[in-house]
Design a protein around this ligand. Structure first.
Ligand SMILES: NC(=O)c1ccc[n+]([C@@H]2O[C@H](COP(=O)([O-])OP(=O)(O)OC[C@H]3O[C@@H](n4cnc5c(N)ncnc54)[C@H](OP(=O)(O)O)[C@@H]3O)[C@@H](O)[C@H]2O)c1
Length: 231
C-alpha cells in the first residue's frame, strides 16, 4: 500500500466501516472521524468528531499529525423536497456532505507530506443526474463533484502532486437508505429485492483500487451501479 496513514470520515457505518476494515487488512493505519464508534474493530483509531461543528473538525485534525490520504465518506441523505423540505435537514446535508468535505480537505492538504497525498470524495450517482423527487440531497452531491474538480485544478496550478479522485455509487445497502426512505419502508424493501443493491464492500474495493493506483496516475470519478439499477 502506498499510503500508510489514511483518515476516513464517517467510518462508523456502511461504506466507511467496510473501508476501514479493508484498509486495515491491507496494512494501513486507519483513523475514523465520526460521532459514534459503531462496529469498528480494535486497531482502528476512532476520534469522536461531529462534522457539523468546525471546532470539532479542527480538534480532530490537531490530534492527527501528518497523514497520507483522506477519504471524505461521511454523508446524510434526507428525502427533503425543494418545494417544502425542512431547512434543518438542508442545513445538515449541506454541513456534512459539502462544507465538512471541503474543510477536511483543506486541513488534510496541510497534513500531507511535501510529495503529495490522496483525497477520495464519496459522491453519488445523484451527483450526475437528478433523481425525481430526490430533493436537496442531489444538489449536495453535484457540489461534491464540482468541488473535486475545482480543488484538482487549484492543485495542478500550484504544481502539487496530491491526487483528487471520487466514487459515485448508485444504491448501496447501508443504514443511510433507512433515512432516505423514511415512511416508505415497503418501497425500500421492494427496491432492494428488485435491483439487488451494491454492497458496501463493492465501494470499498474501488477506493482501495484508487489508493493502489501508480502515483503518476490520477483516477477521476468511478461510477458504479448494481446491474439491476437502470437509472
Ligand atoms: N447508501 C447509498 O445508497 C449511497 C449511494 C451513493 C452515495 N452514498 C454516499 O456514501 C457515503 C457513505 O454513506 P453510507 O451509505 O455508508 O451511509 P451510513 O451507513 O449512514 O454512514 C454514514 C456515516 O456518516 C457519518 N456521519 C453522519 N453525520 C455525521 C456527523 N455530523 N459527523 C460525523 N460523522 C457523521 C456517520 O457516523 P456517525 O453517525 O457515527 O457520526 C456514518 O459513519 C455518503 O457520503 C453517501 O452520501 C451512499
Amino acid at each position: 500500500m502506498k499510503y500508510n496513514k489514511v483518515v476516513i470520515t464517517g467510518g462508523s457505518s456502511g461504506i466507511g466501516l467496510e473501508l476501514a476494515h479493508l484498509l486495515q487488512a491491507n496494512g494501513c493505519q486507519v483513523v475514523v472521524l465520526s460521532r459514534s464508534v459503531g462496529q469498528l474493530a480494535e486497531g482502528v483509531l476512532h476520534i469522536p468528531t461531529d462534522l457539523r461543528d468546525l471546532g470539532s473538525i479542527e480538534a480532530a485534525f490537531d490530534q492527527l499529525g501528518s497523514i497520507d490520504a483522506l477519504v471524505n465518506n461521511a454523508g446524510i441523505a434526507y428525502k427533503s423536497s425543494m418545494i417544502d423540505g425542512d431547512l434543518r435537514e438542508w442545513d445538515e446535508m449541506w454541513e456534512v456532505n459539502v462544507r465538512a468535505l471541503g474543510y477536511c480537505s483543506q486541513l488534510a492538504l496541510r497534513a500531507f507530506p511535501d510529495s503529495g497525498g490522496q483525497i477520495v470524495n464519496v459522491s453519488s450517482m445523484s451527483g450526475h443526474r437528478v433523481p425525481p423527487s430526490g430533493g436537496f440531497y442531489s444538489p449536495t452531491k453535484f457540489a461534491v463533484r464540482a468541488m473535486s474538480e475545482a480543488l484538482r485544478l487549484e492543485l495542478r496550478a500550484r504544481g502539487s502532486m496530491t491526487r483528487i479522485s471520487s466514487v459515485s455509487p448508485g444504491f448501496v445497502d447501508t443504514p443511510l437508505l433507512d433515512t432516505y426512505f423514511k415512511g416508505r419502508e415497503e418501497q425500500l424493501q421492494q427496491t432492494k429485492e428488485t435491483i439487488q443493491m451494491l454492497q458496501p464492500e463493492d465501494i470499498a474495493r474501488q477506493i482501495l483500487h484508487i489508493l493502489e493506483t501508480p502515483l503518476a496516475v490520477e483516477i477521476g470519478d468511478i461510477g458504479l451501479r448494481s446491474v439491476g439499477q437502470s437509472v
